[in-house]
Design a protein around this ligand. Structure first.
Ligand code: BEZ
Length: 325
């Protein structure tokens, strides 16, 4: 009896691997609005997957938090209620603490250096943690440039940031940085930022140059601080449950195509980040360029906390040193 059922199971496996891949209609969620670079990359991924699978697979993209915020989408990925997402590594780091290492202040010297760090084997190797720690498969990294600060109050020194209600993306590594500065960090998801800045609910925001320019956050500024203080990586994710049900052929097709499209955002930001910053500078608002020294002890304090918490930090620092030019 045992032998028969083993033989049947074996035969089923052989049949399954010989069958053509089942057609799938995948759902992919993001929090970014339709014209955003991440959303465009998600749509291009869907089009390429449809073509590569001969029309068998399709991807419907749900931008602008239609399926919930990132914490909710990560939960849906874990249960298999959602198939795919392009998500901030920030949210992932709330589940998989080691990813906080990618937010080490001033790890990257500039945007091109950030690209090299994210494309390193060390950064890619971190993705292997995700099935066990977060129930998702990470296919590769993208990014949204480097982080800057827009303040509705004048900023001439780090002391001027002390006590300011400063919007941050909700994740621990960022909270620790602004606590070390002495600001009053206010975690807030991206879609709520414009109104909060406009109605004075926050005094300042931590943001990337694309959105400072395109969403006109700079219009609320007394000072724009070009600090380039952190990378802001994104990751292409597939639900671990959904992944487990895919054929080997589909896994490699989806994994490679998704990795290629999230990676393409790195090139876009490397090209456009300096242009957006120049456009913001050209508006005539007070625009101050600062470096690590501006933040005094805050960077050392952050490093003290996260060298304990993020095992990959040392290896990433090594990569950063090797890829700086
Ligand atoms: C943010 O939280 O600031 C953010 C999230 C996704 C893309 C860009 C920025």
């Amino acid at each position: 009896m045992k032998t028969i059922s083993k033989a049947l199971a074996g035969a089923a496996l052989v049949v399954a691997s010989a069958l053509p891949a089942l057609a799938e209609e995948f759902r992919l969620g993001l929090i970014t609005p339709p014209p955003h670079i991440w959303t465009k990359a998600a749509e291009a991924f869907g089009a390429d997957l449809a073509e590569a699978s001969g029309g068998a697979h399709s991807v419907t993209v749900f931008p602008a938090r239609q399926l919930g915020n990132e914490a909710e989408m990560l939960q849906q990925l874990q249960t298999g209620a959602l198939d795919m997402a392009f998500m901030t590594v920030a949210e992932v780091s709330n589940r998989a603490t080691d990813f906080g290492a990618l937010y080490a202040p001033f790890l990257a010297n500039d945007i091109a250096h950030a690209g090299r760090i994210l494309r390193s084997d060390t950064a890619k190797a971190m993705l292997a943690q995700l099935p066990a720690t977060a129930g998702v498969v990470g296919t590769g990294y993208g990014m949204a440039g480097l982080r800057q600060i827009v303040s509705s109050k004048p900023i001439t020194s780090v002391e001027d940031l002390a006590g300011l209600k400063l919007r941050i993306t909700p994740f621990e590594a960022n909270l620790d940085f602004y606590n070390a500065i002495g600001a009053a960090p206010t975690p807030m998801p991206l879609p709520d930022v414009y109104d909060a800045l406009a109605n004075g609910q926050v005094d300042a925001i931590d943001m990337d140059s694309e959105l400072i320019w395109l969403l006109k956050y700079y219009e609320f500024s007394e000072t724009v601080l070009q600090s380039d203080h952190m990378m802001f990586p994104m990751v292409g994710l597939v639900s671990g449950r959904v992944w487990a049900g895919l054929s080997e052929e589909d896994r490699s097709m989806i994994g490679e195509l998704m990795a290629r499209h999230v990676d393409s955002t790195i090139d876009t930001y490397i090209e456009k980040d300096p242009i957006w910053l120049e456009q913001v500078r050209d508006t005539g608002r007070t625009y101050v360029e600062v470096d690590e020294d501006f933040f005094a002890d805050a960077v050392a304090e952050w490093n003290g906390i996260w060298s304990e918490r993020a095992p990959s930090l040392d290896a990433l620092r090594k990569v950063a040193a090797e890829t700086a030019n």
